[in-house]
Design a protein around this ligand. Structure first.
Ligand code: S0N
Length: 271
C-alpha cells in the first residue's frame, strides 16, 4: 500500500519518509519496542531532522510489529539513576525526547498497535494525536516496577483525561483497551488493526492540506497553556519567526545595518 523510503539507517529505529510524511519506528520488537538511551538518542536525531527539513510536514511515531507501540524503558539496561547506554552514563534522555515532540512545530501522530506501556505510553501521550489499532492496550506500570513520571506523564495526563482518571491509571496500573482509552479522551481514534497505517496516513494528508503556520500556532498555543513560561517561550519564538518575515521587522534590522533611524511610522497600527 505505502512506499516508505529510508532516510537514514539506525541501529534501534527505522527512519523513513513518504512524500511529506516522515515515520519514526522503534525497531526492537523482541523487547516489545522498549527503549534504551540509544533508541532515544536516535529518535531525537530523527525528530530534529524532521524539524529542520522544510519539506516534511507531519511525523508518525510508531513501534515495529503488531504487538507493541513501546513498552517503556528497557528494564535490562536500567541502572542506578537512569538507563545506561554504551557510554556507561545513566540517563533519562526520554525526557528530552518528550520535550522535543512537544516543541517541534509540526504535527506528530502516534500510531499505536499493541502495548503502549510506561514511558512508551507517555510518548504517545505527548504526541499531538494518537490513532490506535483495535488491539492497542494502554498502561502505566511505574508504581509496580519502581519508577514514575511525575512530569508530562502525570500532570499533563491529568489535563488530558482528568485528575480522577489519571490517578486511577497510576495507582491501579491496570491496562485499558483502545476503546476505553478513546472514551477517556486519551487517544483520538480506534480503527481495525489492518487499517491503522492507512488511516494514520489519511489523517496526515488531511492536516498537510492545512496552513502549516496555523497548525504551528495552534500547537504552540496549547503548549503555552500547559507548559507555562517554557510553552510561552515556544509560542513567542514562533511569533518572532513570523515577525522577522514582515517589512516592519526587516525595517529594524535594515535601519541598524544602514546606520539610520528606523522608520516604523509607515506601518499600520491594526486594531
Ligand atoms: C509490555 C508487556 C505488557 C507485554 O507483555 P507480553 O506481550 O506478554 O510480552 P512479554 O513476554 O512480557 O515480553 C516479551 C519480551 O520483551 C521483554 N520486554 C518487554 N518489556 C520490556 C521492557 N520494558 N524492558 C525490557 N524488556 C522488556 C520481555 O522481558 C520479554 O523478553 P524475553 O522473551 O526475553 O523474556 C510486558 O512485557 C510488560 O509489562 N513489560 C514491562 C513494561 C514496563 O514495566 N515498562 C517499564 C516502565 N517504566 C518506564 O517506562 C520508565 C519510564 C521512564 O523512562 C521515565 C520517564 C520519566 C521519568 C522517569 C522514568 C523512569 O525511569 O521511571
Amino acid at each position: 500500500m505505502s512506499k516508505w523510503e529510508p532516510i537514514k539507517e539506525y541501529k534501534e529505529i527505522l527512519f523513513e519518509r513518504m512524500d511529506k510524511i516522515a515515520k519514526i519506528t522503534i525497531n526492537r520488537p523482541e523487547k516489545r519496542n522498549a527503549f534504551t538511551p540509544v533508541t532515544v538518542q536516535e529518535m531525537i536525531e530523527a525528530f530534529n531532522y524532521c524539524r529542520d527539513d522544510a519539506s516534511i510536514g507531519a511525523i508518525i511515531l510508531t513501534g515495529q510489529g503488531d504487538l507493541a507501540f513501546c513498552s517503556g524503558g528497557d528494564q535490562s539496561v536500567r541502572g542506578n539513576g537512569g538507563y545506561v547506554g554504551p557510554d556507561h552514563i545513566a540517563r533519562l534522555n526520554v525526557l528530552d525526547l518528550q520535550h522535543l515532540i512537544r516543541i517541534i512545530p509540526k504535527p506528530v501522530i502516534a500510531m499505536v498497535r499493541g502495548w503502549s506501556v510506561g514511558g512508551g505510553n507517555i510518548l504517545q501521550l505527548v504526541c499531538d494525536l494518537t490513532i490506535a489499532a483495535d488491539n492497542a492496550k494502554f498502561m502505566q506500570t511505574g508504581p509496580k516496577v519502581g519508577s514514575f513520571d511525575a512530569g508530562y506523564g502525570s500532570a499533563y495526563l491529568a489535563r488530558v483525561i482528568g485528575h480522577k482518571r489519571a490517578k486511577e491509571v497510576w495507582f491501579m496500573c491496570k491496562d485499558y483497551s483502545a476503546e476505553e482509552a478513546f472514551q477517556m479522551g486519551w487517544i483520538n481514534k480506534v480503527v481495525p488493526l489492518a487499517d491503522v497505517e492507512k488511516v494514520t496516513i489519511e489523517w496526515c494528508n488531511e492536516i498537510l492540506k492545512k496552513s502549516p503556520t496555523a497548525i504551528r500556532f495552534i500547537k504552540a498555543a496549547m503548549n503555552a497553556d500547559t507548559d507555562g513560561i517554557a510553552g510561552l517561550q515556544q509560542m513567542a519564538g514562533d511569533s518572532t519567526m513570523l515577525f522577522y518575515t514582515t517589512d516592519e521587522g526587516k525595517e529594524g534590522r535594515d535601519a541598524f545595518l544602514e546606520k539610520r533611524d528606523p522608520d516604523f511610522d509607515k506601518f499600520p497600527k491594526f486594531p
